[in-house]
Design a binder for this molecule. Structure first.
Ligand SMILES: [Zn+2]
Length: 468
């Protein structure tokens, strides 16, 4: 759908504004339009055709480019105070803006975030060190801390993480209690869903083949994900709490989520760029860098993920960004069990979707807007302040050159780890400028905002809308 904006779209403003971006293709909720935006005090004040844009202190001509709301990466392991050699609020947020991400939702790695004190400490660390706006998960949920859910929701932390498998395995009772509490106070529970019994049994069977990285994938069969998702959806169905399935990877897992949605269960889900880009047979070529959980899957699974993403059965794309020092990958060269599980990703979400989705004519811009910005803003209680180009919203946006080609190398990565799973790949479609609350954070390869600009974003509580 396309239209030319008329003056009815613009709010009357007196005098010049701080910033105007003109001559762009705008991704609005109502469709694609040509024109620009005007920003006052970090807020979008005008959306109009070029002829109606006001005077501004700074004017950017975005000819030939796309202007869309900044991405919200709703699952990224950015800052764990006990694992700062992996990533920090500063390095992770620089990588974020270089990927068009303007807000991320940090997920704990090992350090528990389940008390008011831990929340206050994390807000203070982020506001001192982050370039981008941020919010974060509480977790990992267990049989002691689920009682803290109402108190944490009051503090603006309304997303909770639990595992059905190691290393933070909890039991169904905890999931029942968390989702019951959430049905009362709002928010959602995100569950890493793989059945530990199946993982144990198949790990035992794999004995001798650990020098081949693909063994990591083969030891975690699809049915482990399917069964765990099915159980969690049944719990969501009976409690009425909003369940979010972390990083779905299998055809069967997608089917379970879609069945749940069709019968009215409050369930949403996410997919990672690496599961859209690579598949299991790439693992022996890529080596231990390609180890993550859940693992890379078969070709049919990757096809099912794309298909589900395009029809709205998967709600958002998240990085599950969890890089590590390279030695923690190299240690798995002879035995994949020894390697760290996790890869870079926050700088790659938009690149993968532009290169593999938009530029291969699989995906529309309307879908891109929904899965990158609007849906995560809605699911995480940040909408409509974030995730949409709308008068009154924060001026968080990214300008994309859809035709620019780029070779991905560690040199363009802002992440602390100094390597990327995507090394050497040619991609088409590049985020060239990123703005957060009207301030330019990234310009053609350079991060231009200082750490400490980023602000904590409290999540709204109450029921979140799911789906399109
Ligand atoms: Zn994760």
């Amino acid at each position: 759908m396309s239209s030319t904006l008329t003056s009815t779209f613009r709010k009357q403003t007196r005098g010049p504004v701080d910033l105007v971006v003109k001559n762009a293709k705008l991704l609005l909720e109502s469709g694609i339009a040509w024109g620009g935006i005007g920003v006052i005090d970090g807020i979008i004040a005008v959306i109009a055709g070029d002829e109606h844009l006001p005077e501004a202190g700074t004017v950017i001509n975005a000819e030939g480019k796309i202007l869309m709301p900044g991405l919200i990466d709703a699952h990224a392991h950015i800052h764990d105070p006990t694992m700062l050699e992996h990533e920090t609020f500063t390095t992770g947020s620089k990588s974020a803006v270089a990927g068009g991400v303007t807000t991320f939702v940090d997920m704990p790695l090992t350090n528990q975030v389940d008390t008011i004190k831990a929340v206050e400490e994390k807000i203070a660390q982020g506001e001192e060190m982050s370039v981008t706006d941020f919010t974060f998960y509480a977790g990992m949920m267990n049989s002691e801390n689920h009682v803290a859910i109402p108190m944490l929701v009051d503090k603006g932390i309304a997303a909770f993480k639990a595992f059905t498998c190691e290393p933070y395995q909890t039991n169904n009772g905890v999931i029942v209690k968390c989702l019951s509490a959430i049905s009362e106070v709002g928010g959602h529970l995100t569950v890493h869903s793989e059945d530990q019994g199946i993982l144990d049994e198949f790990l035992f069977e794999m004995d001798d083949d650990w020098d081949a990285p693909i063994s990591h994938s083969l030891s975690r069969p699809n049915i482990a994900e399917q069964l765990a998702i099915r159980q969690n959806i049944e719990i969501a169905s009976q409690t009425g709490g909003h369940l979010h399935i972390a990083h779905v990877t299998t055809r069967e897992g997608v089917q379970e989520v879609e069945r749940g949605k069709l019968r009215g269960v409050m369930v949403s889900t996410e997919v990672c760029p690496h599961h859209l880009m690579f598949y299991r047979d790439d693992m022996n070529r890529l080596g231990p860098k390609s180890k993550m959980n859940p693992p890379l899957r078969a070709r049919e699974d990757r096809a099912a993920l794309w298909s589900a993403l395009l029809r709205g059965a998967i709600d958002t794309v998240v990085s599950d960004h969890a890089p590590c020092p390279i030695e923690m990958k190299e240690s798995g060269a002879e035995d994949i069990r020894e390697a760290w599980s996790g890869v870079d990703g926050i700088q790659m979400i938009l690149r993968v979707l532009l290169s593999e989705g938009i530029n291969k004519a699989r995906m529309t811009y309307s879908r891109l807007l929904r899965i990158c910005s609007r849906n995560p803003a809605r699911i995480f209680g940040l909408y409509p302040k974030k995730g949409v180009l709308r008068i009154g919203a924060d001026a968080d946006f990214v300008i994309i050159d859809p035709n620019k080609e780029e070779k991905i190398t560690a040199d363009i990565m802002e992440t602390k780890c100094g390597w990327t799973l995507y090394e050497g790949m040619m991609m088409k479609g590049v985020p060239v400028m990123t703005f957060i609350r009207g301030a330019q954070a990234f310009n053609e390869g350079s991060v231009t905002l200082k750490p400490g600009y980023g602000k904590f974003q409290a999540m709204g509580s109450g029921n979140r809308p799911i789906g399109d």
